[in-house]
Design a protein around this ligand. Structure first.
Ligand code: OGA
Ligand code: MN
Length: 234
């Protein structure tokens, strides 16, 4: 196209010559997350994570799972096995940033945490996060991730690592409205999708899965330490 033609183009035609670079994309996504948290208490962003990072994390997860490094998930400090298995059936592995894929993920989450703090003054202090694998038949019944005044979990972030998923595979994340508790969204655990919500406010559940389902669940926390007491206790 020569200069004359381009001069004739009205502004705002939507012609974009340069694709958005990655960091602009992330900054935009982080803005959408803040907006979602403010407006409705939750938000889902497809393609938040790069496909290459998703592949790396998924392969690591599957390897650790095969090596039996995952443990049965519990439901808090007062844990009782029988009751627990009726509520959740996933297996987990706590992230410590011991591989470069984990560190890349944790760095992305640190950026998101700082962005939320800058915009919403939530004073989020750190992230605790684990890999989660749901085998066929596994589920997590309707629950909140935090109880008012009793937990330092403020914002939940879940991301998914499954390259293909169909509705009939189940394993959906159901989100319930924080006011009337109606079902408002069903999210497929597709690779790259990130879901973020207020831990104390948003009821959610994972429906029984028919396929192996890989995710990372994490929580941005307040600093619950007081004086000599450390939260959580070692
Ligand atoms: C959780 C949880 C949701 C999901 O681990 O607390 O609700 O979609 N996970 O994996
Ligand atoms: Mn949860």
């Amino acid at each position: 196209m020569d200069l004359q033609q381009s001069e004739l183009l009205p502004t705002g035609t939507g012609l974009i010559t340069e694709p958005l670079v990655k960091s602009e994309c992330l900054a935009h996504h982080n803005d959408v997350i803040v907006e979602g948290l403010v407006q409705q208490g939750w938000v889902a962003i497809p393609n938040y994570l790069d496909p290459e990072l998703c592949d790396e994390l998924r392969m690591e997860m599957l390897r650790y799972h095969e090596q039996n490094r995952f443990q049965k998930a519990g439901i808090g400090r007062i844990d009782e096995r029988h009751r627990n298995e009726k509520i959740r059936r996933d297996k987990i592995y706590w992230l410590e940033g011991s591989t470069s894929a984990q560190r890349t993920y944790l760095d992305l989450m640190a950026d998101l945490r700082q962005h939320i703090n800058r915009e919403l003054f939530l004073g989020l202090f750190d992230l605790e996060a684990h890999y989660a694998v749901y085998e066929p038949g596994d589920f997590y019944r309707k629950h909140l991730d935090a109880f008012r005044g009793r937990s330092s979990r403020v914002v939940t972030v879940v991301s998914y690592f499954n390259p293909q998923w169909l509705e009939e595979d189940g394993g959906l994340l159901n989100i319930y409205d924080s006011d009337d508790r109606a079902l408002v969204s069903q999210i497929m655990p597709l690779a790259g999708t990130l879901v973020c919500f207020l831990s104390e406010k948003i009821l959610h559940e994972v429906t029984p899965t028919a396929q192996l389902r890989c995710s990372i669940a994490g929580w941005f926390r307040h600093n619950g330490s007081t004086g000599e007491l450390v939260d959580p206790p070692a």
